[in-house]
Structure formats: structure tokens, C-alpha cells
Design a binder for this molecule. Sequence first.
Ligand code: G3P
Length: 211
Amino acid sequence: MKIFLDSADINEIKELCKTNLIDGITTNPSLIAKSGGNILDVIKEICGLVSGPVSAEVTAIDHKTMMMEAEKLLNLAENVTIKVPLTSDGLLTCKELSKNNVSVNVTLCFSASQAILAAKAGATFVSPFVGRLDDIGQNGLDLIYDIVEIYNNYNYKTQVLVASIRGVNHVIESAKIGADVVTIPTKTFKEMFNHPLTDKGLNAFLSDWQD
Ligand code: G3P
């Protein structure tokens, strides 16, 4: 399973890429706004920090303007993935870009039917949002089960990229289900390293070594 960071914070990305465990980055308009930078500058800088795909989201809601925004984003670097919302216009844009071998991430997916349409539109990635479904009292991981099963039934090439992850458990369960990618906040990535018995064991080894 690939691990992407869900962040537009340059310092965070720089720090965590040093682990050599990060396969790509996803951003969204909220994360770009939080970074305080201009989208084109921020995406260009992130693309220089990682060799894997960097998802950059269009902000237009109509197909024509989405295509114009995508073109600008694609000119920034070779590892840009265009992120489009799961709307009719978003999927039209996905289909057109995919036909030209552009990597596309279809985001804001909240149902299996939406995921079927994203695959049919040729998406490279589909991003189901597990945390936001949990937030409204549904089980976000059930959606991951459904999409993985459906995509396997038809050998769809679209990769299931689990987004809106709220903690380590979402990562573990996504891996058990067989999701292709998780995109996680930096806090969750750091938590993946931790176990109290690792700390306790290490302390014991170090103290025994010194005796
Ligand atoms: O990047 C999309 C997604 O991961 C957003 O997560 O926490 O805002 O629901 P969240």
C-alpha cells in the first residue's frame, strides 16, 4: 500500500520526506489556503520535494475552466496529478485528461456508485473520504470495502486512495481491505511509528547495555 501525505505545508513535507517512506502528496484548496501561499507556487515547490505524484485540485466547477486550470497546473512539473471533484463536469474533465495520459485523482467520493463512475471516466485515483462519512454517523470503511470489491470484479485500473483519514486505525483497516493508497495527515503518519512497548524495550536494551 502506498502512503501519501495529505498536506500543503512545505516544512512538514520536507521533514517527513526524509523518512523515505512517503510515496506522494495530496493537497486540496483548504490545505493550500492554510499554507498561506499561492497555489501554483506551493504546488511547484512540493513537486520539487517528492518524485511521486502530487495531487493539485482545480477550483473551477465547469468543465471548460477546469481544463484551463489543469493545463496551468500540468505545466508546473511532470509529477502533477490533477484533482477534480466528483461531479458531472469533474468526470468530463477526468475523461478528457485521462485520454491524454494525464494522471487524475477524482475527489469528494462518498458512495460506491460515484466510484464506479470515476473508474469509467478513467481516473488514476478515486478518493473516498472515510472520516467525513464517520462524522455523519456512517462507517466510512464500509465504502472502502465496497469500492475495492467492485473494482476487483471488473479489474478496473483506478486506484483506491483512502482520504479524510482520522487516525492510525483507518490506515490499518484500509490496508486490510486492500486499498491501494492512503493519504494521511502528518500527525497520523508520526503516530504510525509509535508503540509504548517499543519505547520500553529500547530503554531496557540501552540501560542493560550501559550496565
Ligand atoms: O484531501 C482530502 C481529505 O483527505 C480531506 O480530509 O480531514 O478535511 O476530511 P478532511
